[in-house]
Design a protein around this ligand. Sequence first.
Ligand SMILES: [Mn+2]
Length: 362
Amino acid sequence: MRPPFPQRLARLRALLQASGLDACVTLHRPNILYLCGFSGSSAALLIEPRGARLFTDNRYAIQAADEVHGASVGIVQGSLLVAMGNRLQQAGIRLRRVGYEASQLSVQQFKQLRKATGERVRWQPAHSLVEGLRAVKDHGEIGLMKAAAALGSRAFEQVLPLIKPGIREFELAAEIEYRMRRMGAIGPAFETIVAFGERCALPHARPSGRRLRKNELVVLDLGAILQHYCCDLTRTVYVGRAPARIRGWYQAVLEAQSAARHTLRAGVTGSQVDEAARNVLRKHRLGRFFTHSTGHGLGLEVHEDPRLAAGQTQKLQTSNVVTLEPGVYVEGVGGIRIEDDAVVTPGEAQILTTAQRGLLEL
Ligand SMILES: [Mn+2]
């Protein structure tokens, strides 16, 4: 079933109107994909009061004709921004106040666009309008994210037999990514993280040539993109029989994640969810080892709105999809992170990732 592009564009137009804007432009690929279905790498989208126009180049003519719905397509030779600017200039009097995404446009692109449109258009930064829409997933999107999360979970399960002393971090990372692709993922959602032993203390460890030894922690953080939607899953396992201190840390992180999960619901703030996880780790005297936020929105991008972090005072909404990923990181020793993907509902959160969560001792 096709995503409801016309409805998404209509919702955006209502937001534009509320912000006093006649139109807006976006160059951000996930926003373009969300609004009109186009997935090519060369694209600029102009949203007008009664229509929308996608600008792309000849390489994407066939793809655009196939993918784009709710917008007309302009195949451009030369600069997309100049073509867009020319159209705005023609639209003239009617479109005076035009929004742009300040965080997605380079200074050079903005200058080019301004030059092409001339004096008549007043440019105004529009903050996260499309991102705000994207944060609330529809039924179809949640279905796709469930499939992506199941795929990521299966990739994790498939590499468990490979976690044996002697394997290198980058070999295991390659095995994970290969399996995700074999199951239909277009690619990893981010550079797969594999860390052994003391390297688990690096929350974003890049896989190295380090070989696994017996009696070590292993952190795997993987994400797949399936039909444009991301999953994000982290599991920590122990090779051998975990000592009491490691078990204690693992149980504390698990308890923190569970507290976050039970706090997560429509109407609470991202800060409250973060605080729930953090409080548990403080209680276990591990608070200072939890060095990042509890989670982030997930969708067409692997990090998007809303954020589950201190200072996030906006209320979460039904059908936000977020990660829950508390962790502890102890320099010279190792680290533990447990991450799942969750859909916000008015009640109990719906968990999309299916990999088992208890401590695995391999
Ligand atoms: Mn994550």
